[in-house]
Design a protein around this ligand. Structure first.
Ligand code: PLP
Length: 398
């Protein structure tokens, strides 16, 4: 371990909250799909800051937009208008087909805002029913969003707020338990933190139908799937779904923290001045970064690239799975893939890191591959090679 790494690790152990199970790696530079550690070792970043750096590290367009904006104006609060925010609002509403947007700083904040919006809507409609979410979902780590999520994230943080109900995911029959009085349903089209679990067509389309018929808000959480990740700008476009509320973050700002809540006119009108707000959300710097990120995705045809490279990756992963009995399943779409093992996979992620490829282990048994949308064939070959090598080494060590 280098002197710098040792110093950083010691400081982490001494001064930081012990919240993250960090890998023993200090990164100091990134470019495209590559990152470098403090000793100059190069890695292919197939995690992309957990599905964030969709146009790669330090894309020149994003760097230019950030530096130009930083030279002009970084922050002004939401008491005044700002130009990049209004341009981003126009672009996102056009792309999503929704009418209005407000900006947040993260994913959980977007979902927490969506929750408030949904409750206000429910209140106006005289509904007393629950907000529904699905088993194995992840919507963030605030009290409101853990109340929607998995029980193990709630442990020790009770009492949980009332008014929530969970149903099994991908279970069409269970949708029959959604009562007319329910306020909203939060759903990930592909469960991300849950281990890359795609929603099936019949389930998602039936869900859309139930929501429409019973006037229940359909809240689609595209914090991980949105902004080109799955090969469409938004993953809901694969289905005949129309969200009433759409939440975004992660890939939106090319690495700069920003989230968004989009809604139809009818739903957005629930928030009036004083109902909700944020100091930083949608500041000029973050919005300039997001504008540059989305424009780059469109100009460089990165949604098409995500489909093409994703198909290549899928075939290679399926090939590997056919040779390795310990791989239970390969799941995903576009450039969002999960390889589920029959055992915990953190060791495999560590061994891939030693081989110069960064991925994460999510939901204990799933290697998550969510590289920048700009990843090349050669880089994907290295990812697959590192996975195959790490799996072989790990299995031999058992
Ligand atoms: N929703 C989904 C689907 C996510 O994947 C995440 C983060 O992983 C969140 C919400 C929370 O986002 P954040 O970590 O920015 O609060």
């Amino acid at each position: 371990m280098s002197e710098l790494s040792k110093k950083v690790t010691d400081l982490y152990q001494k001064h930081h909250f012990n919240m993250y199970r960090r890998f023993p790696l200090t990164l100091i530079k990134g470019e495209g799909c590559r990152v470098w550690d403090d000793e100059g070792k190069e890695y292919i970043d197939a995690l992309a800051g957990i599905a964030v750096n969709s146009v790669g590290h330090s894309h020149p367009n994003v760097v230019r937009a950030i530096s130009e904006q930083a030279n002009k104006l970084i922050h002004i609060s939401n008491i005044y208008h700002n130009v990049p925010q209004s341009s981003l609002a126009k672009l996102l509403t056009q792309l999503s087909g929704l009418d209005r947007v407000y900006f947040t700083n993260s994913g959980l904040e977007a979902n927490e805002g969506a929750l408030k919006l949904a409750r206000k809507y429910g209140d106006q409609q005289g509904k007393k029913g629950p907000v529904i979410s699905f088993e194995n979902c992840f919507h963030g780590r605030s009290i409101g969003t853990i109340a929607m999520g998995k029980e193990n994230y709630q442990k020790g943080f009770g009492p949980m707020p009332e008014g929530f109900m969970q149903l099994p995911y991908n279970d069409v029959e269970a949708l029959g338990r959604i009562d007319d009085d329910a306020i909203a349903v939060f759903v990930e089209v592909i469960q991300g933190e849950g281990g890359i679990v795609p929603g099936n067509q019949e389930f998602l389309e039936k869900l859309g139908e139930v929501c429409r018929k019973k006037d229940i808000l359909l809240v689609i959480d595209e914090i991980q799937t949105g902004i080109g990740r799955t090969g469409k700008m938004f993953a809901f476009e694969y289905y005949s779904l129309k969200p009433d509320i759409l939440t975004l973050a992660k890939g939106l700002g090319g690495g700069v923290p920003i989230g968004a809540v989009l809604a139809t006119e009818k739903v957005a009108s629930m928030f009036q001045p004083g109902d909700h707000g944020t100091t930083f959300g949608g500041n000029p710097l973050a919005c300039a970064a997001a504008l540059a990120t989305i424009t780059t995705i469109m100009e460089e045809h990165l949604t098409e690239a995500a489909i093409e490279q994703g198909n290549y990756l899928r075939n290679a992963l399926n090939m590997l799975a056919s040779e390795v009995d310990e791989i239970k399943e390969v799941r995903g779409i576009g450039l969002m893939w999960g390889v589920e093992f029959i055992f915990p996979c953190r060791e495999i992620a560590l061994k891939m890191m030693e081989r110069g490829v960064l991925v994460s282990c999510t939901n204990n048994t799933v290697i998550r591959i969510v590289p920048p949308l700009t990843i090349s064939r050669e880089e994907l070959d290295s990812v697959i090679g590192a996975l195959a090598g790490a799996v072989e080494e790990y299995i031999n060590s058992l």
